[in-house]
Design a protein around this ligand. Structure first.
Ligand code: C2E
Ligand code: CA
Ligand code: CA
Length: 758
């Protein structure tokens, strides 16, 4: 307390010098005035006196300090306004009186009375400074605390030395000191209750004081943390994260710094904390201690980690996504000696699309989650399991005996999938084709993409070998799959360019041998490879958008053919796969083409394989019904090969069936083929369906089928599929003789087909 006052009263010493000069001048004037000799004062002197007095008054009134001058004879020679005010006496009455008659009482700091001469240090020669109390009228609490400094000055005049007393009211200082102590308390209180963690840390980075929030964050108590080295709370990996910054702070290169680091709580859990560290210096500038604010940023961190996790994981299954899988694989391959120790399993579900179509996407998603669980269990921590697309998964494996680990995992996958899953009322068994590739000198050259494509090739081999099996990559697989990858990439462009064109194979009425229609079959007019048949490129379209785009282009071609073709009474049947249906896009296109070219709807026929009609989902069924209701006939292709119950034929909007050519091929030598053809023909007629036999290559076959009741037929016997142009260029009279349908009965082939159904 006294220290604070000392510091604050330091300027008073400077003032004292100034006063001394002015006061001596005044004293001189004073004694002049009193002396008889003063009457002889000259004009000059009185002018000077007035000037000095004005200056003196100005100083007296502008200073906070009051002045009292007492002569050796105890007479009050001067009392400034300020001094009179501070001491609470009447100035005019006081001047010229003895000090003892001033009527002033003073007390020491314990409120004991003291003599005025003693209080003002009048009897000593040293410069004295003390604080005395001037009691007021309102009791013990009403004491004004005053700092007095006395100094004896030899004025060199007759009356001898005088004592100059400066008087300063310290109440303001006291208040300041009290305020400081109060704000100190307030600071402590604020710190204690602050919602963020706060710590005062000494220069050795030891906790001097911490608040409750800080202690709670560290899972400890305020008392337990006092005196503890701050670093002992740090996460080992972030132990000295703040060291450089602290040095810079200490050296005055920066004022404060921020930092985010981890701490380990008393319960062992890790918290992320954002630190704000400032250095508090002494008045002289020397570092004293650090003030550290600590905010728990664990939630923020978790949030950003979740975001980062999301960017790297498949939201449906929680497995790694393609990006993360590729990163992991490349990292493993970049380690020394990855050969025979790093491998990839490519896994593709068999028939997953069918499951999706049959039960809907929600069920498909559930199945994928189920499969993800099986893959995780199969990998059993030996690798990174990822989902890289619809039903495609990849497991990246690192193991000192990689090939054994890969076989184990593949085996576990097949085992896991063997247990059927319950979907609605059905037990559905899932299967997967698995391809294995292990890093070797050759696959290493191309890095991660090369190893992945090797596993992919092996997986495709597994699919083509009958699915639900595992194949290991060998270089011969690569060429085939690379060829296909190239083609698949070109397909999109080819569709856009119109390189995929329809060829038309005539369909005849077997009895009359008249052309009643054409089956449109797609071909790829490839710029370098020549004419490609659908078997070599249709299976490569795994993108639904692409197969829909293809369908759109072919509908246009078929409609143009019908509108400009060789006859106005023939029909064209278009092959459609299940994945081209479902959005009503195809139906819309067909109907708008019919409208645009003013075609009879019965002239555009749709062929669907029996397989794609097995348990068609409601949307496909809806689209087919839409077409059928508009008058577009629907034919069931490859009839006899499917497993559909007969009820489908009755319930679905089907107008006719096409006997699969595998039955036709055996006719007439193979008794089974002949029997089945006969039975299926009878069945179709029984159901009122139009009947068309495919793949007729011989006259015997044609006759046999006609005898069995198959009304229409197509095959190489009658003609291969040809481009539209070739058919148009055939001589019209020749064409008309071929296509004139049932001229005797005056009925068109299309009408005949409709009647067949009725
Ligand atoms: P599909 O619908 O069963 O077509 C009949 C296939 O048998 C055609 O093969 C045709 O060229 C061939 N063929 C015709 N007559 C004979 C014959 O007398 N003997 C033999 N052995 N074969 C004959 P292609 O053109 O290679 O078509 C194969 C399959 O591709 C088609 O089978 C059909 O399922 C599909 N396809 C063809 N065009 C399209 C299309 O535009 N869209 C869709 N989605 N699929 C198509
Ligand atoms: Ca067909
Ligand atoms: Ca067929």
């Amino acid at each position: 307390m006294g220290g604070v006052v000392d510091v604050l009263t330091e300027p008073a010493v400077a003032w004292t010098g100034t006063f001394a000069v002015l006061i001596l001048a005044c004293l001189a004037l004073y004694f002049f005035g009193r002396s008889r000799r003063a009457r002889l004062a000259q004009e000059q002197i009185s002018a000077r006196e007035r000037r000095l007095r004005r200056q003196f008054e100005a100083v007296m009134s502008s200073t906070r300090d009051g002045v009292l001058i007492v002569t050796r004879t105890d007479e009050i020679a001067l009392l400034s306004d300020v001094a009179a005010n501070v001491l609470g006496v009447d100035r005019a009455a006081a001047v010229g009186k003895p000090l003892s008659r001033l009527g002033l009482r003073v007390v020491d700091d314990r409120l004991r009375p003291i003599l005025l001469r003693e209080a003002f240090g009048i009897d000593t020669d040293d410069v004295k400074s003390r604080i005395v109390g001037v009691p007021g009228r309102r009791g013990a609490d009403d004491v004004r605390w005053v700092q007095v400094r006395a100094r004896v000055v030899q004025d060199g005049l007759d009356d001898g030395p005088v004592t100059i007393v400066t008087i300063m009211d310290t109440s303001g200082l006291r208040e300041a000191a009290e305020a400081i102590s109060r704000s100190d308390a307030q600071f402590r209180k604020a710190m204690e209750n602050a919602p963020i963690g706060m710590a005062l840390v000494d220069l050795e980075w030891r906790l001097m004081e911490v608040n409750r929030s800080f202690a709670e964050m560290m899972g400890s108590t305020v008392a337990a943390l006092r005196g503890v080295p701050f670093s002992s709370l740090s996460h080992p990996q972030d132990l000295h994260a703040e060291r450089d910054q602290l040095t810079r702070l200490y050296e005055g290169l920066q004022n404060r710094f921020n930092l985010e680091k981890r701490y380990v709580r008393a319960d062992g859990n890790v918290v992320w904390a954002k630190l704000d560290v400032g250095l508090v210096r002494h008045a002289g500038g020397a570092p004293d201690h650090y003030v550290v604010q600590v905010r728990d940023s664990t939630d923020d961190r978790m949030h950003s980690e979740i975001l980062a996790h999301r960017a790297m994981h498949d939201p449906l299954t929680g497995l790694a996504n393609r990006t993360l899988m590729q990163e992991v694989l490349q990292e493993l391959l970049d380690q020394p000696d990855p050969e025979s120790r790093v491998g990839v399993l490519a896994i593709d579900l068999d028939g997953f699309k069918g499951l999706n179509d049959r039960f809907g996407h929600a069920t498909g998603d559930n199945a994928l989650v189920h499969v993800a669980g099986i893959l995780r269990a199969a990998a059993a921590g030996r690798g990174t399991v990822s989902r890289i697309g619809g039903d495609e998964f990849v497991i990246v494996v690192q193991d000192h005996d990689c090939s054994k680990a890969m076989y184990d995992i593949a085996g576990a996958i097949h085992d896991g999938l063997r247990r059927p899953i319950q979907i609605k009322r059905h037990q559905v068994a899932l299967h997967a084709s698995v391809g294995i590739a292990i890093a070797d000198a050759e696959t290493m050259d191309g890095g991660a993409p090369s190893l992945l494509s090797a596993a992919d090739s092996a997986m495709y081999r597994a699919k083509s070998m009958g699915k639900a099996r595992t194949e290991v990559f060998e270089p011969s697989m690569r060429t085939a799959s690379e060829r296909n990858t190239g083609l698949a990439a070109e397909l999109a462009e080819a569709i856009e360019r119109g390189d995929l064109v329809l060829h038309y194979q005539p369909i005849l009425e077997l009895r009359t041998r008249t052309v009643v229609g054409y089956e449109a079959l797609v071909r790829w007019q490839h710029p370098t490879r020549g004419l490609l048949l659908p078997g070599s490129f249709l299976p490569l379209i795994d993108d639904r958008n692409l197969s829909v785009a293809l369908g759109m282009s072919l509908v246009d071609q078929a409609a143009t053919f019908l509108a400009t073709g060789p006859s106005q009474s023939t029909w064209v049947s278009l092959n459609v796969s299940a994945d081209q249906l479902g959005d009503s896009e195809f139906a819309d296109k067909v109907l708008s083409a019919i409208g645009h070219y003013r075609l009879s709807p019965q002239r555009l026929v749709v062929e669907l394989t029996e397989a794609s009609l097995v348990a068609p989902n409601t949307r496909i069924r809806h689209e087919l019904t839409e077409l059928r209701n508009a008058g577009v006939p629907i034919l069931l292709d490859d009839f006899g090969t499917g497993v559909s119950p007969l009820s489908y034929l009755r319930d679905l909007p089907v107008s006719g069936v096409k006997l699969d050519m595998s039955f036709v091929a055996g006719i007439p030598e193979d008794p089974a083929g002949a029997r089945v053809s006969r039975a299926l023909g009878a069945l179709a007629r029984e159901l009122g369906l139009a009947t068309i036999a495919e793949g007729i290559e011989t006259e015997d076959q044609a006759e046999f089928l006609a005898d069995c009741g198959w009304r229409y037929g197509q095959g190489w016997l009658f003609g291969v599929a040809q481009p539209a142009q070739a058919l148009r260029e055939q001589r019209p009279e020749f064409m008309s003789s071929l296509i004139d349908p049932r001229p005797t009965e005056g009925e068109t082939a299309v009408e005949a087909m409709r009647l067949d159904r009725d």
